[in-house]
Design a binder for this molecule. Sequence first.
Ligand code: SF4
Length: 384
Amino acid sequence: MFGPIIHASARPSQLSFLDAPLRADASPLRDVVRRSARNVPGVYRMLGARGDVLYVGKSRQVRTRLLSYFRLPWPEHRHARLLRETAHIEWEESPSEFAALLRETRLIRAHLPTYNRRGARPLDKWWVIVVPQGPVPRLRVQRASAAADRRSGKVDTIIGPFAHKAPLVSAVRVLNDALGLRDCADRVPMILRDAGDFFADDPRYARTPACHRFETRRCLGPCVAACSHDEYRTQLTRARAFLDGECDTPRLELAREMAVASAGLAYERAGWLRDRLAALETLDGQLMRVREALQRPSFAYRLPSLFGADRLYLIRDGRVAAEAQLDDTDAIDRLLMLERTPVSRATALTVDALEELTLLEHWFRTRAEEQQRTAPSAHELLRH
Ligand code: SF4
């Protein structure tokens, strides 16, 4: 349960919607905020003249935060420019700061507001590996925010999040090389060997790509029909198995090659292989931490609420699966019923879960005292 949504709109007579981006006088909006907003946790939305959501934010003190926008220097400050484009402001009070944060995350996910995408989002700090759908997909290292914004990418597999890009890129390159996966741009046309007789006379069958990875046997060559669909899929499945912690072949293979190089006194090659092995081992360690976070048993979190009775959250698979106010017996029953269903033990994130996992990770890491409000089961917290 959240507080009512409160709207602040400048009267049309005082605000030209057509000229909204150039509007100089924000005082009608400011006056409504001054009159109506309270200093409590909440979420606010800045809306354009056509009702489009320009920005979603949250604050522990909504009134103070909203009024601060009106003091920002224009045009230097991004949020001052945002205010010039804003025709309406809506805000709703939240039971707690945690509730506001969760609501903000879900609203950003739902609306992908322009100013949230342009600005710094918590997800911008993280990186992920994306395994897209498609006949010849490539492992892609992306900002977590970019992966989460791919609305059409709900079926993509997302692995992460990771804190640093450079080691991730190195490790994915090693994995690609070890398994012969492509790493070229999406625009490079692919032609698999089993594409059908229709292509049998295609001159591309005869050519070799201008790509050193094919020449050095680090790519199967799906762009020149050097492999079949099944051969490529098999290697991709191995990559997924490595990322899921179910197969160690790429690492063992590198270790074996390094031992052979050392035994043959090829020290330069052995050193090169050692660096690649180290990159994979670093990635393996990071993947283990991600899996631990995802597979952490479900737990419950009970928080005081601004609206009266405490609020209970059920967290599983790295996201808030259910929430209920303690005096709402039906909602509590539903939460307890969900708690009794088995946990899925996910190994990969969905796009939707990505933002909540990072939110929860950050919330509990930066507020150690909040752990005391958690318990392995909701039943335990309800007894207090
Ligand atoms: S060989 Fe072809 S498919 Fe492989 S990376 Fe090079 S261009 Fe891409």
